[in-house]
Design a protein around this ligand. Structure first.
Ligand code: FAD
Length: 402
């Protein structure tokens, strides 16, 4: 019977284990991860959980008993240190060796570090794991001031949650706008305004040059005072195990549409994979999102159990800040223009990115209908009339119908 070994007990690994059983895999499954907690969801760590609105139970992907009940051997607190691809074994830091027939690498990504003076300070915070989130939460509250280095989604969500906990927050971004790498100018302007309206200080074009006892030093000499500093400057793929084992890697582990690596007995899923995106012409990219982890878990479980490959999905993502739900479908690369639908001043609008007469990306703020229809139209490559698309008086159903 095929034995499946999964390294990384996070969102992708935990889901793959459960799906393998759901799809009828009868052989042994070992799910091994270095964190102490059973597989849990990370999104609430910067949102509901951080604000105290969700407990650990609510974070868990499945109740802890689920794994034993389904014959999944959950090995927690263990770190895989090497793969012998020829011998089909994985060695752990505690010296144990686990053989496999099929190996799934789901090692995720890790918070990027800055290499500037003071970056090795023990009290700097990052936000990737439950343990990180517990440290951050303990540092927040009335009378505290949080400095967030990096105006990406995680940083902005943490700032919003800090405000909800009564703390002051300042976001420091080196680019000229927040979310510069991942969202349109319209979205950046909207979120900057929304955070400022909620009392967050947002500094842009502000380069951090060092961390000091009282706060963060900027290139222009200013010292931004803070009681706690969260560094949120992106995540790097945990692909060292794979690279050392000789698997093809490029900013992540290179996989095909079934999430298979350059070794036919090894799959890589979730944040760690450098994957093709069929809805975008097979463009290769890393996607750091829950929907991506779920999609690739499905692909792998289907491949291992001999099921037909699932239909490729349009990538999507969400972020919650204050009372704003942002949903993004597709990727903006290749777009030649943007169409705004609705008014950002009402906090309900969408920005569509078009390549010719096709939507390639939909950014929807408190606009679920625009998100749903946009995602479908991207998947079906539906031609669209930009004038009707911009007109909120024309329903999205009617826009999609042409
Ligand atoms: P992870 O969930 O990170 O799991 C990887 C696991 O592998 C970790 O537990 C790690 O310890 C373990 N591991 C690594 N190396 C080894 C090793 N050598 N041996 C054993 N174990 C190892 N996505 C969204 O779509 N929407 C959101 O709103 C959103 N918000 C987020 C907020 C935060 C604070 C964070 C951190 C992420 C957020 N994400 C969000 C991203 C989403 O959580 C990730 O894309 C998702 O967790 C990826 O799943 P994964 O299994 O690939 O990686």
């Amino acid at each position: 019977m095929t034995k499946v070994l999964i390294i990384g007990a996070g969102h992708a690994g935990g889901t793959a284990a459960a799906l393998l059983r759901q799809y009828g895999h009868e052989g042994p499954i070992v799910l091994a991860g270095e964190e102490a907690a059973p597989p849990y969801q990370r999104p609430p760590l910067s949102k509901a959980w951080l604000k105290g609105e969700a407990d650990l139970e609510a974070l868990l992907l499945r109740p802890e008993e689920f794994y034993a009940e389904h014959g999944i051997e959950l090995r927690l607190g263990v770190t895989a240190v090497s793969i012998d691809a020829a011998g089909r074994t994985v060695t752990f830091a505690d010296g144990t060796v686990e053989p496999y027939d099929a190996l799934i690498l789901a090692t995720g990504s890790t918070a990027r570090k800055l290499s500037i003076p003071g970056a090795d300070r023990q009290d700097l915070l990052e936000l990737r794991t439950l343990a990180d989130a517990e440290r951050l939460k303990a540092a927040l509250g009335p009378g505290k001031r949080l400095a967030v280095v990096g105006g990406g989604y995680v940083g902005l969500e943490a700032a919003a949650s800090a405000r909800a906990l009564g703390a002051e927050a300042v976001v420091i971004e080196r680019m000229d706008r927040v979310l510069a790498r991942v969202a349109s100018q319209t979205l950046s302007d909207f979120f900057t305004g929304y955070h400022r309206a909620h009392g967050v200080e947002v500094l842009t074009s502000a380069e951090v040059t060092g961390f000091e006892a009282d706060g963060v030093r900027l290139a222009d000499g200013r010292l931004v005072g803070a009681d706690a500093i969260l560094v949120g400057v992106g995540a790097a793929a945990c692909d060292q195990l794979a690279a050392t084992a000789g698997l093809a890697c490029q900013n992540g582990i290179v996989v095909d549409e079934a999430a298979r690596t350059s070794d036919p007995a090894i799959w890589a899923i979730g944040d760690v994979s450098w994957r093709p995106i069929p809805a975008h012409g097979g463009r290769m990219q890393r996607l750091e999102s829950v929907p991506n982890a779920l999609e690739q878990a499905k692909q792998t479980a289907a491949a291992i159990t001999g099921r037909p490959a699932p239909t490729p999905e349009v990538p999507w993502f969400w972020s919650d800040q204050y009372d704003v739900k942002l949903q993004i479908a597709g990727l903006p690369e290749g777009a030649d223009r943007q169409v705004l639908r609705g008014d950002p001043a009402t906090a309900a609008f969408a920005v569509f990115h078009l390549d010719g007469d096709r939507i390639v990306c939909a950014e929807a703020v408190n606009a679920p209908a625009e998100f749903m229809a946009g995602r479908q139209m991207i998947g079906r490559a539906t031609p669209v009339d930009p004038v009707r698309l911009a007109d909120s008086g024309v329903s999205m159903k009617a826009v999609a119908a042409g």
